[in-house]
Write a protein that binds this ligand. Sequence first.
Ligand SMILES: CCCCCCCCCCCCCC(=O)CC(=O)SCCNC(=O)CCNC(=O)[C@H](O)C(C)(C)COP(=O)(O)OP(=O)(O)OC[C@H]1O[C@@H](n2cnc3c(N)ncnc32)[C@H](O)[C@@H]1OP(=O)(O)O
Ligand SMILES: NC(=O)C1=CN([C@@H]2O[C@H](COP(=O)(O)OP(=O)(O)OC[C@H]3O[C@@H](n4cnc5c(N)ncnc54)[C@H](O)[C@@H]3O)[C@@H](O)[C@H]2O)C=CC1
Length: 309
Amino acid sequence: MAFFAHQIRRGFSSSAVRNVVIKQVTIIGGGQMGAGIAQVAASTGHSVTLVDTSDDILKKSIKTIEGSLKRVVKKKFADKPEAGEEFIQKVLKNVSTSTDAGSAVKSSDLVLEAIVENLKIKQDLFSRLDKLAPAHTIFASNTSSLPISDISSTTNRLDRFGGLHFFNPVPMMKLVEVIGTSSTSQETFDSLLNFSKVLGKTPVSCKDTPGFIVNRLFVPYLYEAVRLYERGHGSKEDIDIAMKLGVGYPMGPFELSDYIGLDTIKFIMDGWREMDPDNTLFAPSELMDKLVAEGKLGKKTGEGFYKYK
Ligand SMILES: CCCCCCCCCCCCCC(=O)CC(=O)SCCNC(=O)CCNC(=O)[C@H](O)C(C)(C)COP(=O)(O)OP(=O)(O)OC[C@H]1O[C@@H](n2cnc3c(N)ncnc32)[C@H](O)[C@@H]1OP(=O)(O)O
Ligand SMILES: NC(=O)C1=CN([C@@H]2O[C@H](COP(=O)(O)OP(=O)(O)OC[C@H]3O[C@@H](n4cnc5c(N)ncnc54)[C@H](O)[C@@H]3O)[C@@H](O)[C@H]2O)C=CC1
């Protein structure tokens, strides 16, 4: 009863609160994460529109998807290369691209945002799209570190807003954190859980708390690694080897930071410091700031902590 009263207060029709079966997906941001999510959604039969700010970026996104699909089919269709090529073409047909987010969302069941990790930019995007998307459309953010309730606060669809946090590289990583705020409706949450399962992922339910589950545990580890190195207590190579061979992680902290993107990491650190300025854990790292200022953002730019060919 309280739930429906809540909907009526917000002025939604009853059709807006039903379970949404997600078929048409708009993904905003065609970078590492957006391209990966688009690939997985298209591979599982969804119709995907990938949105970014320029056609050149979108061309690169499609190339990335194609390259990743080739790696997938090499394994999946090892004995049937023709079926593999057919699969790639079928998946690519499910992806269209656009630089006009406003038009793209008009036929979407889900709008999933994977743009730069900046609260104001995410809020402005969702505020604009809220006026253009159909009533039933669910909005979700792939943010690593920002509260979902802050991102959703500029919209009038708080009940149809949640977090879907994927892991990098999306085609390989099995986990999705599904985040509900205090306003996310059960129907929305269930739709997001179900969507994650249809993608072939394993979802876990998370509260809208800083870092959700994984990054709450993972960020202090990455911080400590950089501090250890900055104090001169270990070379980055040795720290990476130690964590791979000593704990069995597939990548050491510096390799992984380069893989995630140092700009994304800096956005996260700066944002958390703003929220909690006295926490020494979030003090700036001179080295990280220098690398980002020099455009050395990690693997995606060819250099970060390490150099890539
Ligand atoms: C003061 C300092 C501050 C620091 C602050 C820190 C704050 C940071 C916060 C960061 C938070 C942001 C991140 C986030 O929110 C959440 C994340 O995503 S965290 C990252 C999680 N990911 C990982 O931990 C990845 C770990 N690595 C791996 O699992 C493997 O290394 C990887 C699968 C990437 C590659 O495997 P590897 O064996 O190393 O290399 P191969 O190239 O041989 O690949 C193996 C296998 O996998 C296939 N493959 C790899 N990538 C793809 C792809 N993109 N698409 C398709 N297939 C892929 C490849 O083809 C191989 O297949 P085979 O059949 O075995 O040949
Ligand atoms: N890199 C990682 O390992 C992970 C990142 N995330 C989160 O996913 C989001 C995206 O991260 P990445 O894909 O790594 O970043 P990225 O830098 O690779 O890609 C971001 C893309 O968004 C585009 N973009 C920026 N503003 C836009 C706008 N207003 N409209 C449309 N497109 C816009 C950029 O042109 C770029 O192509 C961030 O919120 C990040 O915190 C989540 C999990 C892992």
